[in-house]
Design a protein around this ligand. Structure first.
Ligand SMILES: *[C@@H]1O[C@H](CO)[C@@H](O)[C@H](O)[C@H]1NC(C)=O
Ligand SMILES: [Zn+2]
Length: 330
């Protein structure tokens, strides 16, 4: 990373930098110690000085939702333009960080009156998961709003609502004359839905992030269908585990010990028993779902399928099973 691009301060509406990839360190999820639903930041509408602004708030939200940031080819150019225009209207400092080409991370800053204090970071991702058009009553990027005020759009919950709530909360605070003591950052990160490897991971391990001196991060929670917002102070950590077993290959009719399939099934059965023991704790009410370790099998891969759909008369020498355990650190 070049030195003069290293400073997070300064009004700079389109700074791109390409940090040296060799600087990347392993990403630690522990960087994000606390997770709240961001809606907590919104002043209640009853006391808001800009109540009549509601239709503008909704239409800004709709604009964001209309940008097709669907994986695997999100339109990050449009979402970046939109976020920079929001930043401009809020007189925030803004930077576009491209740790990987065409994977822009939009970073906004509201400088605090005491820059020596650790800062606050509000994070959200700009990409959304794909949608099956035929299963939708309204087009996924049409942002249709019905007479009850329900908005239909991919990303309306996960998680463009959160990103917009950050911005609208800042707008209300600015209108009210509030000035933060700590610097407030808002990061809009790419590629969260595909693991964040080119987004949050690069960001969190960068010197840029270190220099921000972040004290607390608020990130994705659950959307709320009513006025109550749930508070989260922990995060589930997903692991991807592939178990690969080997054994002697052999004719389909022969019985022998230590085949790859037999070895794999010993592991599958053992993990299955662990899964059942954890699930029993939830079923009996002793633990909440978030308090146990979940583990699900995601794929099985073994043997040679025959082109006719017939079973090949062969015991394979290798077999694999993929698991997704989720551990809790809350
Ligand atoms: C969103 O963009 C992708 C990639 O360009 C495209 O395949 C998809 O059909 C678009 N979705 C909609 C609903 O327009
Ligand atoms: Zn999400």
């Amino acid at each position: 990373m070049s030195g003069d691009n290293n400073s997070p301060s300064g009004r700079n509406h389109c700074a791109y930098f390409h940090p040296n990839p060799s600087m990347a360190k392993p990403f630690s999820f522990n960087l994000l110690p606390l997770f709240f639903h961001c809606s907590l930041l919104l002043p209640s509408s009853a006391t808001s000085p800009i109540q009549d602004d509601e239709s503008h708030i909704i239409s800004r939200f709709q604009q964001y939702l209309q940008i097709n940031t669907s994986q695997p080819s999100p339109d990050y150019q449009k979402s970046t333009q939109f976020l920079l225009s929001q930043s401009l209207s809020l007189s925030l400092e803004s930077q576009v960080l491209e740790f990987v080409e065409r994977k822009p991370l939009v970073l906004l800053k509201w400088p605090g009156s005491d820059p020596s204090l650790p800062s606050i970071l509000l994070n959200s991702h700009t990409d959304v998961v794909p949608s099956e058009h035929s299963k939708w009553t309204h087009p996924p990027f049409g942002s249709h709003i019905d007479e009850k005020g329900n908005i239909f759009a991919r990303g309306s919950q996960d998680m463009k609502c959160v990103g917009m709530q950050y911005l609208e909360a800042v707008r209300k605070l600015k209108v009210s004359g509030f000035r933060p003591k700590r610097s407030l950052y808002m990061s809009f990160v790419p590629d969260e839905e595909i693991g964040g490897v080119h987004g949050a991971r690069k960001f969190a391990s960068s010197d840029f992030f270190k220099n921000m001196n972040v004290g607390i991060v608020l990130d994705e929670g659950l959307a709320s269908p009513n006025e109550n917002y749930r508070l989260f102070y922990g995060e589930r950590t997903p692991w991807m585990i592939v178990i690969k077993s080997t054994g002697a290959p052999g004719h389909g009719a022969k019985l022998y010990d230590n085949s790859a399939m037999e070895n794999l099934f010993l592991s599958i059965e053992s993990i299955g028993r662990f899964r059942a023991s954890q699930f029993d704790l939830v079923k009996s009410g002793l633990k909440a779902e978030g308090e146990v370790i979940s583990v699900n099998m995601a794929f099985l891969k073994a043997g040679t399928p025959s082109p006719t759909g017939f079973v090949m008369n062969l015991q394979p020498s290798e077999a694999e099973a993929g698991f997704i355990p989720n551990t809790t650190n809350g």
